[in-house]
Design a protein around this ligand. Structure first.
Ligand SMILES: [Zn+2]
Length: 312
């Protein structure tokens, strides 16, 4: 038996041409709208409640070409641009805001890196700047040489150049946390803005906007508290991340046995899955790019396609 479901992942959806950062990697509103036309012509959008019910029954069929739409990172784009289009078409979206960014008006490091890259067209210059910063941290943190770091980033990314991939990996993962955070802070302050709080308020949805989505039938799930790579956090740290993000959902009125998890960067491991099971997490969304099958995939490690994998 097979019960396929296409789960699509979105990040920025904005009027790129008329924004302050036209080269940010996102989907224009026109393309999003066209993709919704395509989806409605070829797929059947379903709600997360329908998906959970099908999983729970163990046999209940999904409609042919079932699709579920998911939106990561809690961007204001989702309230302003996505929500009206979904609402008009009667499609449910699933939104995963990182709690800290929303509650504390701080900009996630991952987003700081996106906007630094959008502000500085030449990634090579930025990479040189990062390596020049490393000198002052080298002895304190026993940092590797530039050549060793270049070798340590082996993977290729589907949509990024080699320089951008190296830059993102160094600043998101490879360097020790305090060094990464400080370098990202400096680059963001120099190239984007020194006023992080205002930027955060423009970038992310507010609690009231998220509550509004919820009242209009949209689904809100957890995207962790700090948007950390949870597969690189200790089990104790994972428990804190989950507890704090569940507090956030609870304040929005979401019942503890109705919550879902979207792993930041797709990172999860066995200890995290145990914590999620203990808290009765309904579904977990990864970034593995393929169509999910309810009869094969674990409900806590569902794969998702990127919006770029579908026509728009
Ligand atoms: Zn994310």
């Amino acid at each position: 038996m097979s019960r396929p479901i296409t789960i699509v992942m979105y990040h920025y959806v904005r009027d790129l041409k008329r924004s302050r950062f036209p080269t940010i990697r996102g989907l224009s509103i026109e393309r999003f709208s066209r993709q919704l036309d395509y989806i409605q012509a070829h797929y059947t959008p379903i709600s997360i409640e329908k998906l959970v019910a099908a999983l729970e029954s163990g046999k209940e069929d999904l409609p042919p070409n079932a699709v579920l739409l998911t939106f990561d990172d809690g961007y204001g784009d989702h309230f302003t641009n996505v929500f009206p289009l979904l609402d008009a078409r009667g499609i449910q979206g699933c939104f995963f805001p990182p709690a800290q960014a929303v509650l504390e008006h701080s900009v996630l490091d991952v987003n700081k890196i996106h906007f630094v890259l959008a502000a500085v067209p030449d990634a090579g210059t930025l990479l040189d700047q990062v390596f020049s910063f490393l000198a002052e941290f080298r002895s304190e943190y026993a940092l590797k040489t530039k050549e060793a770091y270049l070798l340590s980033v082996r993977e290729e990314h589907r949509y990024d150049t080699r320089e951008v991939t190296v830059l993102k990996r160094l600043l998101q993962r490879e360097l020790p946390e305090p060094v990464r955070a400080e370098i990202v802070r400096r680059l963001f302050a120099e190239h984007v803005t020194a006023d992080e709080e205002t930027f955060a308020c423009e970038l992310y949805m507010s609690v009231d906007q998220i509550a509004c989505l919820l009242r209009h039938g949209m689904h809100i799930g957890s995207h962790g508290y700090t948007h950390a790579w949870l597969d690189r956090v200790s089990p104790e740290g994972q428990a804190v991340e989950i507890d704090r993000s569940l507090d956030f959902l609870k304040k929005l009125g979401i019942a503890e046995d109705e919550w879902t998890m979207c792993y930041p960067y797709g990172g999860f491991n066995d200890s995290l899955l145990q914590i999620l099971r203990r808290h009765q997490c309904r579904l977990g969304f990864t970034v593995e790019a393929r169509v999910a099958d309810l009869d094969v995939d674990d409900r806590l490690t569902l794969p998702r396609l990127d919006t770029n994998d579908l026509p728009s």
